[in-house]
Design a protein around this ligand. Structure first.
Ligand SMILES: N[C@@H](Cc1ccc(O)cc1)C(=O)O
Length: 548
């Protein structure tokens, strides 16, 4: 490969890169040195294939590739990985990433793997951190981390230090360029600005596209419906892809097409294949074949390729990538590591059966049959019906009076998604707009949207109210809550339904068992506390009150 060909391969399918001229200049003399870092937090999902595929390109183009397991960063970012679990998480990441690379045909012995804390605590590095602390403004540090570090109400200093260390890593890993998702952009430009202040060279930056989440926004480790775990079994993969957003003829907003474009086809091309086959039964017209991504893209755009067929082809291709990873993770050692690194929530209810059995849920008998003790939970899927509700923390961004109804407000609520949701609530009798604005609240996200006097409400605010219905107040999430934090009930954890089927009356079944506790106003379902990762949920003054 000549330098131009290398450059083309290194930069293909990227969303963006900075420092192309410098890269080209170096390529005239030698191969490039690059690193990709990952904070060892939640379990990696299939979105990571995008970066792995790119690393495969880079290796093919002669690059020296380093993978950084950024363990300290996982801790600095709001303790996404708690200190005790940090080593285990790092081991898990190492095993998963290596399995992914093997699965796409990358020879892992050609890569260098480094753990962040192995050099980030050295005297020299530490002194550089202090030097940066003395010259970076709080404003710049905050801005740099805004898309990467979890944003909370009372931010910790660790989140401000995070981008500083990421910038320094470029120097200490001795590379020409850093590669990462386009979400890293602000940290990358921060590094470009500050490394020269320390007398270090400014590096080039390469950014891959982010795979859209299956349900619309970005794929997130904390939203089980938005992501496909690398260890999901083939049936689950099929089911999740079947539900993914993929509108006929729509090529602009299509996670399935993106996945084919940035993962499947590049991997095929590295293996000198270009034919993509979608298996289809004879009675539906038999298999379909495509040469290159463009031909799939065009067929879909022209509505000659149906979403169901596209999904089916993508499912098979993805399952083929995941199968070797699943195999590797069957080993006793890795099963143990997985459980230790990601301890399952205590006494989790069996998830598998929850989905199909809810028809009986509308019968009051089924709902009342269980007692609030965790022991009663097991086996009976309906006993955990509450886990079907998708209740999350929201932040009220705006409130206005409904244009056509005296009792209603219209709010814009940030529920941790790309866009705030519009919510209509009958709260005008009970509180002022000023009392609502900026508040953290609980919202139920997966009721079927309802149009109220011409305004479509995309979620429901949960409130406590007294028996006479004269006092209504918000449920208050724990301190430091952030939009999108999910509410769960100990012993009844599960995956919420994407959208509740109104006929199954899940909300109607669960709601009568919602109460605030006598004495301390803690919100309960059948005596079990409303809880997020950060603590428990309460009403401010109403005890023994209903919740709706
Ligand atoms: N910021 C990266 C992790 C990372 C940390 C340190 C680095 O040097 C590089 C990358 C992420 O979001 O996962």
């Amino acid at each position: 490969m000549n330098p131009d060909e290398k450059f083309t391969l290194i930069t293909r399918n990227l969303q963006e890169y900075l420092g192309g001229d410098e890269m080209k200049k170096i390529l005239q003399e030698r191969d490039l040195k690059v690193y990709w870092g990952t904070a060892t937090t939640g379990k990696p999902h299939i979105g990571y294939f995008v970066a792995m595929t790119k690393l495969a390109d880079m290796l093919q183009a002669g690059c020296h590739v380093t993978i950084l397991f950024a363990d300290l960063h996982a801790y600095l970012d709001n303790m996404k990985a708690p200190w005790e679990l940090l080593r285990l998480r790092t081991k898990y990441y190492e095993a998963v990433i290596k399995a992914m690379l093997t699965s796409i045909g990358v020879p892992i012995e050609k890569l260098r793997f480094v753990i962040g804390s192995s050099y980030q605590l050295s005297e020299k590095y530490t002194l550089d951190v202090y030097k940066m602390l003395a010259m970076v403004t709080e404003h710049d540090a905050k801005k740099a981390g805004a898309e990467v570090v979890k944003q909370v109400e009372s931010p910790f200093m660790s989140g401000l230090v995070y981008p500083l260390l990421q910038a320094l890593d470029e120097e200490y890993l001795d590379v020409d360029m850093q590669f990462g998702g386009v979400d890293q952009r602000k940290i990358f430009t921060f590094a470009e600005k500050y490394l020269p202040h320390l007398g270090y060279k400014k590096r080039a930056h390469l950014m891959n596209v982010m795979l859209g989440g299956l349900s619309g926004s970005k794929m997130s480790s904390s939203d089980p419906d938005s992501k496909i775990d690398l260890l999901d079994d083939s049936k689950t993969v099929r089911k999740k892809l079947a539900k993914a957003f993929c509108e006929e003829g729509n090529v602009d907003d299509n996670p399935i097409l993106s996945f084919l474009k940035v993962v499947i086809f590049p991997i095929m091309s590295l293996q000198n294949q270009s034919t993509f086959v979608i298996q289809r039964a004879e009675k539906f017209g038999g298999n379909i074949q495509f040469e290159g991504f463009e031909s799939v893209f065009n067929a879909f755009k022209d509505k000659k390729l149906h979403p169901a067929d596209l999904k089916s082809g993508a499912t098979d291709a993805l399952n083929a990538l995941l199968e070797p990873i699943r195999k590797i993770f069957e080993s006793e050692e890795l099963v143990k590591l997985t459980n230790e690194a990601y301890p399952p929530p205590p006494k989790a209810a069996p998830k598998a059966k929850v989905a199909k059995q809810d028809s009986a849920a509308s019968s009051p008998k089924a709902a009342k049959a269980t007692t609030p003790t965790a022991a009663a939970v097991v086996e009976d899927a309906d006993a955990s019906i509450v886990s079907k509700l998708d209740i999350v923390v929201g932040k009220i961004l705006e409130v206005s009076a409904h244009p056509d109804a005296d009792s209603l407000y219209v709010e814009k609520i940030d529920v941790g998604e790309a866009e705030p949701r519009t919510v209509v609530s009958g709260l005008r009798k009970y509180m002022t707009m000023e009392e609502m604005k900026g508040k953290h609240v609980l919202v139920l996200k997966n009721l079927k949207p309802a149009t109220m006097r011409g305004v479509k409400s995309m979620a429901m605010l949960l409130c406590a109210s007294n028996a006479e219905n004269t006092v209504v107040e918000f449920l208050i999430p724990p301190a430091n809550s952030a939009p999108g934090d999910r509410v769960f009930f100990k012993g009844h954890e599960g995956t919420p339904e994407p959208l509740l089927n109104p006929k199954k009356k899940v909300w109607e079944t669960v709601q009568p068992d919602f109460k605030t506790r006598e004495g301390d106003c803690v919100a309960l379902w059948k005596g079990i506390e409303f809880q997020t990762e950060k603590g428990i949920v309460k009403a401010s003054t109403l005890a023994g009150a209903s919740i709706r």
